[in-house]
Design a protein around this ligand. Structure first.
Ligand code: IMP
Length: 179
């Protein structure tokens, strides 16, 4: 079973629920009268996004994106958008929702791309922040939890597309990815 692969539970279902509710309170203060476009970055954000928006009691619209960075020596500095937004964001107040901010490679490029489309504002809300691993000058405007450098899964986060359905966030046993 999946639990056997988890070394330690970092955030229980109850802890996640509490913190997501608090974040929603912060967002209500900033967005209640802006009818924002809330953009989930697939796939990792899907659980967080679903919980978060159900605590937002003001008008908003939703969209999703999927992106990856080009890696390796051929890195062009451009983001590879696999799924783009449905509508134009010019003049919109856009809130990006992501599971985790790690090196910042993908998100910094995605943010640059979206800024070039002239939204009225663009902010970033992440459930988890791993600042120790950052290589790009990017910060989130809303952060659920700041965590140390460990590989975590659950609540949308995966290892090789698995564990996303765990209802809590746990540290994966290194033996799982060290073979
Ligand atoms: P970045 O471009 O290095 O910031 O990569 C961010 C992406 O890497 C996230 O959207 C996650 O998909 C993935 N990621 C980074 N750290 C973890 C982790 O601890 N567990 C699962 N996925 C992670």
């Amino acid at each position: 079973m999946m639990e056997q692969d988890i070394q330690e539970i970092l955030f229980s279902q109850a802890a996640l629920e509490r913190r997501v509710k608090e974040l929603a309170g912060e967002l209500r203060r900033d967005y209640a009268h802006k009818a924002p476009l809330v953009v989930g970055i697939l796939r990792g954000s899907f659980v967080f996004m679903a919980d978060l928006v159900r605590h937002l009691d003001f008008p908003l619209t939703l969209d999703f994106m999927a992106a990856s960075s080009y890696h390796g020596a051929q890195s062009s500095g451009k983001v590879n958008i696999q799924l783009d937004l449905h509508d134009d964001i010019a003049g919109r107040d856009v809130l990006l929702v992501e599971d985790i901010l790690d090196t910042g490679n993908t998100l910094s490029k995605l943010v640059a791309e979206l800024r070039s489309r002239n939204p009225a504002s663009l902010k970033l809300c992440v459930l988890l922040d791993k600042p120790d691993r950052r290589t790009q000058p990017i910060q989130a405007d809303y952060v659920g939890f700041t965590i140390p450098d460990a590989f975590v899964v659950g609540y949308g986060l995966d290892y090789e597309q698995q564990y996303r359905n765990l209802p809590y966030i746990g540290v994966l046993k290194p033996s799982v990815y060290q073979g």
